[in-house]
Design a protein around this ligand. Structure first.
Ligand code: 5AD
Ligand code: SF4
Length: 449
């Protein structure tokens, strides 16, 4: 590669999970701290970071088409951008990317992106660089301070996963479970609140495996961290995602009943309703254990909204086993869910299992599952009509005077009036759609005495 002038503008494009969104924000802060400015929407950027996701096939293939497009547009405009590939595809396929995509000058894994400035120096000199080391804690220490952010912020508290579900690449791309230290998290949460956050979502691949030591030297879990953060005066709402059923503690369930700032929402993936499939997935729980766990959350917080992830067409999944998934869905009554067709990931045990399912069977199962999940989501929203709740305003709607935000149950809610981003507005939910609800703001007079 030839030396190029140092980039003046950057763009970070994040794909996949919320942890990637968080990493993308931190990379942007890192580049901004180097004096590089964010490129305006639709404008050329001198440096493009593709922050990739490897969880399913389509996500990984998209990276190569994005690289191709960036190179072609760059050639046409006579100013090719420097391209960095970050995220989980970078971690899993770094060498392949370097070989297959000569337009890429940097490949940096999710645990090494704090070294992006040094890699950028090398790239400017014309040297391609790959860094897929995993010194996770060093990364957080090396990142610059948080800058101004919106009312709802992410905070990564835990990374990596030791669960080794047989279909999943995360334990390979993100590495072993690590918890960030308690004091670092309290400090970062304080900074987020100072920078404008009113809601913080605690993130981790397996967030409820977080452990730490509080200021009094006591060993605490995620519930202890939530209780501490709830003491921050400017913070109004706390959420967390994603959890694993095996790491749910009594304390976490109790926190849902006791900590007012902890929102009544739980994302607890189950993947399948069949015990045989769950065993083959190495999920370490049965369908019944999962259902009983949900009952305990409901006992602690009766209005808790439930969410999950599902995979259809795992190798060997029979029609009858798929029906068990539909029955589990019926039994739970989810407020929202994510569902996916199984995608064989290279290097995972399930990729070489017998009984890979035909694509048309997967399509049909996914359609049936999603029809059931959509039905339940609409039913949940419809049952919310008439409820009164606070909504945190996150952005403007399409029409002037329209605002969009989230209910405590993570539903998208819109309403009209004279408000601003970051306001907490008391509303009555008046009309339900499948993906959002319309609301009527309650004026002070309208509130019950
Ligand atoms: N194929 C399809 N879905 C997957 N997920 C993880 N790995 C795969 C895979 N190989 C889904 C799971 C997980 C979510 C983040 O992505 O449902 O909970
Ligand atoms: Fe992947 Fe399973 Fe870990 Fe979730 S718990 S990240 S699905 S291995």
């Amino acid at each position: 590669m030839r030396p190029t002038p140092p980039p003046r503008t950057y763009r970070v494009k994040s794909f996949g999970c919320q942890m990637n969104v968080y990493d993308g924000e931190r990379m942007a802060e890192l580049l901004a701290a180097q004096g590089i400015a964010p490129a305006a929407d639709g404008e050329h950027a001198d440096l493009v970071v593709l922050n990739t996701c490897h969880i399913r096939e389509k996500a990984a293939e998209k990276v190569y088409s994005d690289i191709g497009r960036l190179v072609k547009d760059g050639e046409k405009a006579g100013k090719a951008p420097l391209i960095a590939v970050a995220g989980c595809v970078a971690q899993a396929e770094g060498e392949e990317i370097m070989a297959r995509a000569p337009g890429v000058s940097m490949v940096v894994g999710p645990q090494a992106y704090h070294r992006l400035p040094q890699m950028l120096d090398a790239a400017v000199q014309g040297h391609r660089a790959t860094d897929t080391d995993m010194p996770a804690i060093a990364k957080f220490d090396a990142l610059p301070a948080r800058r101004r952010i919106g009312p709802s912020a992410f905070l990564t508290v835990q990374e990596g996963c030791d669960k080794f579900c047989t279909y999943c690449v995360v334990p390979y791309t993100r590495g072993a479970e690590i918890s960030r230290p308690y004091s670092d998290l309290v400090r970062e949460a304080e900074k987020l609140v100072d920078a404008g956050a009113r809601e913080i979502t605690l993130l981790g691949q397996n967030v409820n495996a977080w452990t730490g030591t509080d200021e009094k030297g006591r060993a605490i879990g995620l519930d202890g961290l939530i209780r501490s953060l709830a003491e921050l005066p400017g913070l109004v709402r706390i959420r967390y995602t994603t959890s694993h059923p095996s790491d749910v503690t009594d304390g976490l369930i109790a926190a849902h009943g006791e900590v007012e700032k902890l929102m009544p929402f739980l994302h607890l993936p189950v993947q399948s309703g069949s015990d045989r499939v769950l065993r083959a997935m190495n999920r370490s729980h049965t369908a019944d254990q999962y259902l009983r766990l949900l009952e305990r959350f409901r006992a602690a917080r009766s209005d808790i909204a439930l969410s999950g992830d599902f995979i259809v067409g795992f190798p060997g999944e029979s029609d009858a086993e798929f029906e068990e998934t539909l029955r589990l869905v019926d039994a739970v009554g989810y407020s929202q869910c994510f569902s996916f067709k199984y995608s064989p990931r290279p290097g995972t045990p399930a990729a070489t299992m017998d009984g890979q399912i035909a694509p048309e069977v997967m399509d049909e199962r996914l359609q049936r599952l999603q029809a059931a999940l959509n039905r339940d989501q609409l039913a949940f929203n419809a049952a919310s009509v008439g409820k009164r709740c606070p909504v945190l305003v996150e952005r403007k709607g399409k029409k002037p005077g329209q605002w969009l935000g989230k209910s405590p149950w993570l539903q998208s809610v819109w309403f009209e009036g004279d408000y601003a981003i970051g306001d907490m507005v008391d509303v009555e939910l008046v009309e339900a759609g499948p993906n959002s609800l319309a609301a009527r703001p309650l004026t002070l007079e309208a509130l019950p005495a």
